[in-house]
Design a binder for this molecule. Structure first.
Ligand code: UD1
Length: 437
């Protein structure tokens, strides 16, 4: 089994270049289904989630051409939604963003089918707001047997006024995509304001859509007949940048995080500053430096522009090494502390009650064999490994590779002692999970 081996305790130095935003990419690739023509996507991250989605589109009849490491051209002129093979559904089950296929297929064909989404397991992940929105646009939506099926009652969706009961990134994305070619005007209220929502709106507009207000809590869409091809460059990944910022906070040193939009990082930078990390904003980079001891702080995750839930595990890993007691409150998901058991194996002192974690900082963490339980949890474990004394083995790295392009290479370039090693699996009777039953 491939694992990461990290020999921690080395400060980070140098420059890391941030890739395109994962959560923008997983919305924009399905949205390309709406386009009759060639979409050229630049600054696309090379991660397994985007690879999976591009393969899904290929099964639907899209022609995908790789231009270079971060640029692809997708031609969806001849995509179809009938006779989709079982192999494709095996792929859609792996990722969360597969439900964006519903919005895109509905918008283009007036009918849609996809599997219930996979992705990280943070407890119950309902899709009632997606269904509410698509129903308001005139679709009949049905969930059964692990599939979501939808059909526009009159063959084409129509505009509607939709109020989301809960701020949801996924529902905002799905409704925006579907409404782009619906007949008439759609107004979506109480929407998510994350940078990747704005990115999706900009993508749709550059392909001929008329979407306004993205980044505020009301989005207005005037449906157009069809979308045309074009070129679009994705924004940099806010969470990947935040992860490297957290890494240098934990391990110490000074790094330049380049190809970022510093404004998107304000929510993360301000918390790191409270923790005694120095951050200097440039035009498209930030310099992050940590020399002295880390201070404790309190954090509550919230929809953007609040502190992102997708940075909660990484920042918690840093707080494990800070002076004093920190309180972290998870404001978005019910069950996002599974990784705490792994941090405890490294000597972290964390108590969790419902959505609140009480973190008592310790002078140092110690290397151990630990698992990535999901994407961001995996990043947190890597950060802990970089700060820890001794060797850390990180298992289940496939979760990390869903969302971090070349994390090992990027950390190595910063002077970290990390490598991907192929270690034979332990005999079953020696494994912790077997002993625990
Ligand atoms: C997206 C991100 C994920 C991030 C999350 C919150 C992608 C691919 N994933 O997930 O990394 O952690 O935003 O920033 O972009 N909810 C409902 N009903 C719904 C939809 C959501 O009750 O129909 C609830 C969820 O249970 C959760 C909250 O709303 O408590 C936010 O979920 P949402 O913003 O939809 O998250 P995702 O789009 O799944």
């Amino acid at each position: 089994m491939e694992k990461y081996l990290i020999n921690g305790g080395k400060p980070l130095q140098g420059e890391v270049e941030i890739s395109g935003a994962k959560n923008a990419a997983v919305a924009i690739i399905p949205a390309a289904i709406m386009v009759k023509g060639v979409c050229r996507l630049e600054n696309l991250p090379q991660i397994s989630d985007t690879d999976t989605l591009l393969r899904v589109l290929t099964y639907m009849g899209a022609v995908v051409r790789t231009i270079n490491r971060s640029t692809v051209e997708i031609d969806c002129t001849n995509v179809q939604i009938d006779r989709l093979p079982a192999d494709m559904w095996a792929l859609t089950r792996r990722i969360r963003a597969s439900y964006y296929l519903i919005g895109a297929m509905l918008g283009r064909f007036g009918a849609a089918r996809s599997t219930m989404p996979g992705g990280c397991n943070f407890g119950v992940r309902p899709i009632d707001q997606h269904i509410k929105g698509l129903t308001a646009l005139g679709a009949d939506v049905n969930v059964s047997g692990g599939f979501i099926r939808a059909a526009a009652k009159s063959g084409r969706l129509h505009g509607a006024r939709i109020y989301l009961d809960k701020v949801s990134v996924g529902a905002t994305v799905n409704i925006m995509i579907a409404a782009a070619t619906a007949e008439g005007r759609t107004v979506i209220e109480n929407v998510a304001r994350e940078p990747h929502i704005v990115d999706l709106a900009n993508f749709l507009n550059s392909m001929g859509a008329d979407v306004r207000g993205a980044g505020t809590d009301v989005i207005k869409i005037r449906g157009v007949k069809e979308l045309h091809g074009g070129t679009y460059a994705l924004i940099p990944d806010q969470i990947e940048a935040g992860t490297y910022m957290a890494a240098v906070a934990a391990a110490g040193g000074e790094i330049r995080v380049s190809n970022v939009i510093p404004k998107h990082l304000d929510c993360i930078s301000s918390k790191l500053r409270e923790m005694n990390v120095q951050i200097e904003d440039g035009d498209d980079y930030v310099i992050v430096k940590r020399e002295g001891p880390l201070r404790h702080t309190n954090i509550k995750t919230m929809p953007y522009p609040g502190f992102p839930t997708d940075m909660q595990p990484q920042i918690s890993a840093v707080l494990c090494c800070a002076d004093g007691v920190s309180i972290v409150t998870e404001g978005v998901w019910d069950n996002r502390y599974k990784y705490v058991d792994e941090l405890r194996k490294m000597g972290a002192q964390v108590q969790v009650q419902d959505r609140v974690a009480l973190i008592q900082g310790v002078p140092h963490l110690t290397g151990a064999t630990v698992k990535a339980c999901d994407l961001r949890a995996g990043a947190a474990i890597v950060i802990a490994g970089l700060a820890a004394e001794g060797a850390t083995y990180v298992e289940d790295i496939r979760f990390i590779e869903r969302g971090y392009q070349n994390i090992v290479g990027k950390l190595q370039a910063l002077g970290a002692d990390i490598q991907c090693v192929d270690v034979p699996d332990e005999p079953e009777e020696l494994r912790d999970d077997w002993i625990a039953g």
